[in-house]
Design a protein around this ligand. Structure first.
Ligand SMILES: [Zn+2]
Length: 139
């Protein structure tokens, strides 16, 4: 029987199979906006992807965005059009603020949290360390 792998390859395979969960979460990067201007509007083409990467409802993220940008907008297919011109730096700052307030754990800083509503109050529950904190509701 021939050796299928040499030693180095086996070593590589062994390293590759080590779970990278903690590494992945500690290297969590806030996703950034893709889009551009269209006339007097700003389109964002990856809002759904950002929300799903953050594990949040896109409607919740959008309410936050619209409120902090003090504007409105509409969906066209999978793209969202904000009324007004907002450059990507401004939009990415809003995403970062959202992540800080509604996604990452206030105790351990990991993004493995879930939002639960109890008696009208929304709580951010951390799956990593178990910490729980209340978050404001976005009307
Ligand atoms: Zn935590």
């Amino acid at each position: 029987m021939a050796w299928k792998y040499n030693y180095e390859e086996l070593l590589k395979k062994a390293y590759a199979s080590i779970p990278k969960v903690s590494e992945a979460t500690s290297r969590f990067e806030v996703p950034t906006i893709s889009g551009g201007f269209e006339g007097n509007r700003t389109l964002v083409s990856n809002l759904n992807q950002i929300a799903s990467k953050l594990g949040r409802d896109v409607k919740h993220l959008l309410r936050f965005m619209l409120k902090s940008l003090a504007t409105t907008g509409e969906w066209k297919g999978s793209k969202f059009y904000f009324i007004g011109k907002f450059n990507s730096r401004v939009l990415n700052e809003k995403i970062e603020k959202y992540v800080k307030e509604f996604v990452t754990c206030t105790q351990c800083g990991k993004p493995d949290t879930e939002l639960h509503k109890e008696k009208g109050i929304t709580f951010k529950q951390c799956q990593a360390c178990g910490a729980r904190s209340s978050v404001r509701s976005i009307k």
